[in-house]
Design a protein around this ligand. Structure first.
Ligand code: ADP
Ligand code: ADP
Length: 218
């Protein structure tokens, strides 16, 4: 579970996140919806300890992360537009990540299968499409078998098939009881991916409701 309480972040005179209070429950995909600049990335960065709140707090499974350099098997993270440019194969890329976290080698095969990249495990990551790159990012986030997944704009720029793939994967992972918190600036996308919605604008909470109710009230 992820919980924000009066979470606030200011950069100088600019308020990026403004008194947000919400929780993200396990078992369903929760969408984090808002236009660009609404404060989604800043909120996610604070959840994983990459940024510090000015006021309030955000916890993941009851803990506020101050130091993201420590291995965090409990939380899988995919930050926006972090394409991997490497001549390594997908397998070796994941193996390198696994080794820094003390995760056994067999888990690499498992996550490759999970995201449907087993067939291209030996291919250069540099030659991957955007959609394959995002799946590799999710595979990397899943290495520690985390109970919580935080994904910033994972379908941005993907083709419809790539989007469908990630959507199905997230719903499967949520159905296993994980907490899935996924941001997007596209309502059309969130309507098909998420069950619950946290909607923000200019750093403020606009709605915290089921997708169904949000669409009905729109
Ligand atoms: P979103 O992810 O919803 O697009 P962000 O969290 O990236 O929104 O940004 C929220 C606001 O905070 C924007 O106005 C952005 O310009 C500002 N902001 C984000 N990070 C910084 C930073 N490091 N320094 C100054 N302003 C920032
Ligand atoms: P290098 O020769 O550059 O060290 P390798 O191809 O030998 O790279 O890969 C290093 C390790 O990863 C080896 O143990 C190899 O068996 C394993 N490995 C590489 N590609 C795959 C793959 N597609 N599936 C399973 N294991 C792989």
């Amino acid at each position: 579970m992820i919980e924000a309480r009066s979470l606030t972040k200011r950069y100088g005179s600019k308020t990026a996140v403004d008194d947000l209070t919400f929780s993200v429950q396990p078992g369903v995909v929760t969408g984090f919806l808002g236009p660009n600049g609404a404060g989604k990335s800043t909120t996610m960065r604070m959840a994983i300890g990459l940024d510090r709140p000015t006021k309030g707090k955000i916890t993941v499974n009851g803990r506020a992360y101050r130091d993201f350099s420590a291995p965090l098997c409990e939380v899988g993270v995919l930050l926006e537009a972090k394409a991997v440019h490497t001549g390594r194969s997908a397998y070796k890329h994941l193996l390198a990540v696994a080794q820094t976290q003390g995760i056994p080698r067999r888990r690499v095969d498992e996550v490759l299968g999970l995201v449907g990249l087993s067939d291209v495990a030996g291919k250069r990551v540099g030659g991957f499409s955007l959609g394959m790159g995002q799946r590799l990012g999710i595979a990397s986030a899943m290495l520690g078998d985390p109970g919580v997944l935080i994904l910033d704009e994972p379908v941005n720029g993907l083709d419809p098939e790539g989007i469908r793939w990630i959507r199905t994967l997230l719903q499967t992972l949520a159905a296993e009881g994980r907490t899935i918190f996924v941001s997007s600036h596209l309502m059309s996308e969130m309507a098909l991916t998420a069950t619950h919605l946290i909607v923000v604008g200019r750093g403020r909470l606009i709605a915290n409701t089921s997708v169904e109710d949000f669409i009905r009230s729109a």
